[in-house]
Structures are given as C-alpha cells and as structure tokens.
Unconditional design. Structure first.
Ligand code: BGC
Length: 471
C-alpha cells in the first residue's frame, strides 16, 4: 500500500475545517517588483546520493548512525528530484512562482571537498538552471545549505580554519560554472543552525557536541559568509548577493531583570550573531559577553574580512520564542518556555504560530542602517496533512501563509524594505533530524510511489499569484 492509499482511509471530516478562501490580501498590494518564490535544499530533495560521482556528505554519514534521525530515515532517495527535476520545475511554474531557490550539493561538485571537479555534478545543475530559464523561472542559488563533504568533515569540518579556503574554491567553481545565467546568490543558509545544532548540541550533522566547538565554527562561517560574497561579486556580472539568516523574535518570559537579560542573550545568538559582523559591528558580545572568546580565533585582519556589503539579507522566520533565565543551562543561562506550555497555537513541530513575530523581526532588522533590502528567504509550516479523495486539505497551512503574508505586508507598509518572499517549501521532503515525519510542502509527496499531489495551500498560492485580485 502506498502512503497515499494508507492515509486515504481517514474519515471524511479529517482536516477539512472550513476557511474563508477569499484572500484578505492580494499580490498587487506587495508591488509589481516584489519577488515570489519557493525554496528548497539539495540534501532534502535530490536523493541520488551515490550517483554520477557524488561522494558522501556529513549528513549521509550522520543519518546512517542509529538514533540520529527519526524512524532511521535516510535521504538516499528523498524526493528523487535528481531525476524528476523537470516535472518538479513544471510544478513550480504551475503554482505561479517566478523564482526557484535551490542549493548546490558541494559533494556533487567536489567529491573530495576540494581539488578535482566532478563534471557530472556541474552538468546536473546546468540542466536544472536551463530548465528554470526555459520555464521563465529565475534560478536562485544557495551555495551552502548544511551538507558538507564528508572528506572535509574528517579534517575538522567547520572547526578547521582551512574551511575558508575550501569554501572560497568551491564558490569560485560554482560562480564560474553558473554565473553566466544565475544572478541571485545566497551564500549561506542559516549558519546559526550549523554552529548550534551541528557542532554544539549535536542534533544535526556532524553531531558534534560542546560549547567550545561553537566559537571557531561561528567565526569560520562568518568569514565564509563575507568571502563568498566577495567572490560572487568578482565573478558574476550584475549579481544580486545575499545570505540567509534564521531569525526569531524573542520575548522575555517576565519583566524581571534576569529574564530580560536572558532575552537579550537569546536575541544576540538567534538574530544578531551573523548579521552584525557582516555590517562591521563585530560579534554581539555587549549582550552576551561569552562571545568575546571568539577573539581567540581572530587573526590579524579578520575584523575587515568579516564585512561584506550584501545587496540583500535573507531573513528566515518560522516562529517567535519566549525565554527565561535558567541556572541549569551553563554559559547561556537561559531556557526556552515551550509554546505548548504557553497554550498558544503551534505547528506540528511544536513551534509557535505568531505572525506578529514576523512583523516584529522585520522591524528589528529595518533598524540596521547597513541593510539595503530584505528578502524573506524562507517561511512555512509543518502540519499533519491528511490526504482524502485526491485532495490534501491543509487548511491550517493556508491560514498560516495568509497571516504571515499579511504581517509582511504590514511591515512593508510601515517602511521595511522587504522585496521578496520564498515559501518553504515546494514539496514535502527530508526534514533533517525529523526525517520524513514533518511535512512542510505545498505539494504532498508519497515517499513510496514518489507521487506528487498539490495541497490546498499550493492551490491557494496558485490563485493568489495569478494577476486577479482574489484567489
Ligand atoms: C531550514 C530548512 C528546514 C526548515 C524547516 C529552515 O531552518 O533552512 O532546511 O527544512 O527550516 O525546519
């Protein structure tokens, strides 16, 4: 039985609560120059991990270890995008999106991490880019979305300062190969997740733990963020360069001085850590003095090397957080008050649904003088989707998108220079440590048959993105 058949046995009423499908906002409200796209990441969709010369990345190795990924899921097939990219891009077009964000698998291009280029890897992305262009979809490249070649991981990965040279070589190769047709580039995707989940808590690949990993990894990522920008600028004519930062508006649990200062530390880590060095403001040690320890990894000239004048900042927002002081969490001295305990609406990930948090974080970023433009480069939600009679009635996701878009529009009308929006994500995929259990797609994927079914949220977007005022 396929996944679709097995869940098709659910009762008719499941997940079909009525919503007002009359759109409260319209695409036109955002202006004719506003960009509308969907975002994806190589490791989450491509599969074909052993094909055409690709070597292991750190996630392949991590996923093979027991207990790391829910249900022991692996991304060996994922959405089989490597073979199905043409029909999937046609799906992007049918949903009305004009921009497609994808990442490059470093280990497809450079199986050893550096050195010999794998031409078949280049060929794949060339075909993908050309297909986008033939469909009148603008390809947006993310250079690094969390999958590091395992050959580099064994050399210390992001802890090894040599990663700056490795990343520079990789960026030169990609810009030389694709820069004639791709103008829009995102250097890193959510570096805080790499440093925090990958090298500190160990919940993501490579599964390393310890606060003393955190500091060099942050510094090397921040150096690569700027160095990548410089290389793209040199190699790509008329480029539009950004980097994507995970951002969550932080509230203090109470007005007590300890909770307020805990919230400032959380804000420094979650929102300020990667933007401020790029803007020449250094690491935010004013709010979190522990970050002064990064100085031990700074070489002469690094303060300059951390700076880059990005054309846009990619802001990725899924939820807001409430934090309080905690004596049980050494170094950070804070803990999150989970949304479930606060009796607020949540997604299937347990993340708080709070469109006002999107508004607040956009306003917070607007205050940085050095940011020219903001693109919301990811936003979306996982819910427990129900497939019934050839339909996935994901009402909650439709409402999620409508309310977050309304919050973005309000921020735009209140002066934030937000110039685009990418929904996360095109289709259900390999959701990192959650495996296939968390579905974020606008398109439902049956992972056994690889059948795709456009969800109601996908249909809602298709209606919204049409020129007509309402869906
Ligand atoms: C990441 C995506 C991920 C999404 C949902 C973002 O932080 O960039 O890769 O799937 O969050 O967890």
């Amino acid at each position: 039985m396929t996944e679709i058949e097995s869940i098709a046995t659910q009762p008719a009423s499941a997940g079909t609560d009525q919503i007002d499908t009359e759109s409260i906002i319209s695409k036109e409200d955002f202006g004719s120059d506003f960009r509308w796209g969907v975002a994806t990441a190589a490791y989450q969709i491509e599969g074909a991990v052993n094909e055409d010369g690709r070597a292991d990345c750190n996630w392949d190795v991590f996923a093979r270890q027991s207990g790391k990924i829910k249900n022991r899921d692996q991304a060996t097939l994922a959405c089989d995008f490597y073979h199905r990219y043409e029909e999937d891009l046609e799906l992007v077009q049918s949903l009305g999106f004009k921009q497609f964000r994808f990442s490059i698998s470093w280990s497809r291009i450079l199986p050893d991490g550096f050195g010999k280029v794998n031409q078949k890897g280049i060929d794949f992305y060339n075909k993908l880019i050309d297909k986008c262009l033939s469909l009148d979809i603008e390809p947006w490249i993310t250079l690094y979305h969390w999958d590091l070649p395992q050959a580099l991981e064994v050399l210390g990965g992001w802890k090894n300062r040599k990663v700056v040279e490795w990343f520079a070589d990789y960026t030169r190769i990609c810009t030389t190969a694709f820069g004639d047709r791709v103008r829009s580039w995102i250097v890193l995707n959510e570096p805080m997740a790499v440093a925090g989940l990958g090298y500190t808590t160990g919940l993501h690949a490579p599964g390393k733990k310890g606060i003393w990993n955190f500091l060099p990894v942050v510094h090397h990522l921040a150096l690569c963020q700027a160095e990548g920008g410089r290389i793209i600028r040199d190699n790509v004519a008329n480029s539009y360069i950004g980097t994507a930062i995970s951002c969550s508006y932080v509230h203090a649990f109470s007005e007590s001085a300890r909770d307020v200062s805990a919230a400032k530390r959380a804000d420094a880590l979650m929102n300020r850590l990667f933007i401020e060095p790029a803007l020449g403001l250094g690491y935010p040690s004013d709010a979190f003095p522990f970050l002064k320890n990064i100085n031990a990894y700074m070489l002469e000239g690094d303060a300059e090397k951390l700076k880059f004048d990005f054309d846009f900042i990619g802001l990725q927002n899924y939820f807001s957080v409430v934090v309080k002081h905690s004596y049980l969490a050494p170094v950070v001295w804070l803990k999150e008050v989970p949304a479930k305990l606060r009796n607020v609406p949540t997604t299937a990930m347990g993340w708080e649904v709070n469109p006002d948090g999107m508004y607040q974080i956009l306003k917070q970023f607007e205050k940085y003088k050095g940011i020219k433009e903001i693109i919301v480069s990811e936003n979306g939600a996982a819910f427990e989707d129900v497939f019934f009679e050839n339909d996935v009635s994901d009402t909650k996701r439709v409402v999620f998108f409508q309310s977050y878009l309304a919050a973005i529009l309000k921020a735009k009308q209140d002066g934030v220079n937000v110039k685009g929006y990418f929904a996360w994500t095109l289709m259900d995929n390999f959701e990192w440590a959650e495996g296939y259990s968390a579905r974020f797609g606008l398109v439902f994927v049956d992972f056994k048959s690889q059948e795709r079914v456009v969800k109601d949220s996908g249909k809602w977007f298709a209606g919204f993105l049409k020129e007509a005022k309402t869906c």
